[in-house]
Write a protein that binds this ligand. Sequence first.
Ligand SMILES: [Zn+2]
Length: 130
Amino acid sequence: MSAACKKPFKRKRFSKPQQMKTKFRSSARWTKFRKKLKAMQVLDPVTGAELDSKYTVHHLDMDEFNYCNLDHPENFICLNETSHSMVHFLRDSAHGWRYAIMALIKIMKHMDRIAAQKQAKELAKERAVA
Ligand SMILES: [Zn+2]
């Protein structure tokens, strides 16, 4: 047996708050709250698409001491999986979410300009033929 096989198996340990969150998310209280929120919100507010079966409930209050506080439903929002990942991704981005969103707007506008230029060229070509 190699030395690597003799090493005891190390279980990935989660922090106390993470363990508490995981336990809370499997509670009947959370499940009921989650379903109630989805009944009130049909669409993903980021994309406008219908919430799918993998929707998640995002905590708008990021204070982990309020994680289990369901007294303020307005502090939660249902998001489809990709939208939820994007919210966290942008929030945690190196220069902050405002910078990331402004950069995305610039990129999207540039893409729109390129598409508009292409469309204008095609239209001019069609007019030249006709
Ligand atoms: Zn979240």
